[in-house]
Every structure is written in structure tokens, then in C-alpha cells.
Design a protein around this ligand. Sequence first.
Ligand SMILES: [Zn+2]
Length: 193
Amino acid sequence: MLSNSPPSSSSSPPFPSPSQSPPSPFPPPPSPPPSVVLSPCAACKILRRRCVEKCVLAPYFPPNDPIKFTIAHRVFGASNIIKFLQELPESQRADAVSSMVYEANARIRDPVYGCAGAICQLQKQVSELQVQLAKAQAELVNMHCQQTNLVALICMEMTQSQDQQLLQPQQHIDMNCFIDDNSLGCSWEPLWT
Ligand SMILES: [Zn+2]
């Protein structure tokens, strides 16, 4: 394997291989024939090897994203990445690559715990949030009880004041209308007999 150089120096290989790295302008020409590979994949470019047509790394390490391979290569090594990919069916290779890149990133950030460190941190965060949620729910129940009590109190006071209001105006009801009706009924009755 070509591990004699630090993999981070990926941008410009000192001796471009004649077949595959033409001195291209920065943006690729917009209308290339689709079958021709314009540039080597990021992995082959970093490994300084010829990117063949059926390069197992090419679909997952496009030339415009060299960091991805640099990171995975630093942690797993190119031969292991190739071996992992060759052991997997093609449908699972993209997921395996993103998993390896994720794990490599975590390992570089946290050389001792890697992904496990991130998992522990997230679990801690989850339990803290669960405590917060339980507190908020308890507060909610408490406030709901207070609201219910308040509504009950208001209802009680309203019924009390209504009772008082009902008692007072009944004394002022004029009874003359009833007397009028009675007298009217009395006056009609003799006409029909
Ligand atoms: Zn390649």
C-alpha cells in the first residue's frame, strides 16, 4: 500500500500520471461523453493509483469530495475499506461507506471512545431531557389542578351571586297582570252561556 505519505496532502500529487489527470480547468466541461471517466475517483487520486473502470471505490468517493476518503483511509486504511466493500453486496456498499466515514470522523474527534463517546453523550442528553420533561409534566398537572380549582371557585361565587339576584327582584314583580287576566276571563265567560 502507498502509505508513505500523509493522506491529507490530497489536492496535488507531485507527479501526475499521464493517462488520467489532464490539466483540466477548474469547472469540468459541461458536455462530456458519459462513458469516459474524466478524473480518477478521490480514493485513487489520494492513493495515486490508476482508477480502473470497475473501481470498487469510485461510486462512493467522487473526486469532488476527497475529505471523505481521507478520513476513512486514515482510520481504516485503504485495503480494509476495499476488502469491506468487496465482501458486501452492492446494495449495501453506500451505507457501509457512510458508516465507515462516520465512525472514522468520530474516532478522529475522540480517539479513545470514538462512536461510543458520541453515544454516551447522547444518552446523557436524553436522560437530562427526560428529567426536564418529567418536571414540565408535573408543573403542567399542577397548573391544571390550580385552574380546575379556580374555575370551581368562580362557578361557586357566580351561583351564589345569582341566588342573591333572584331573591331580590321577585319582591318587585307586579301581580296586576295576573289579576287582569283573571278579570278578563271572568268578563268573557257570560257571553257564551
Ligand atoms: Zn477509483
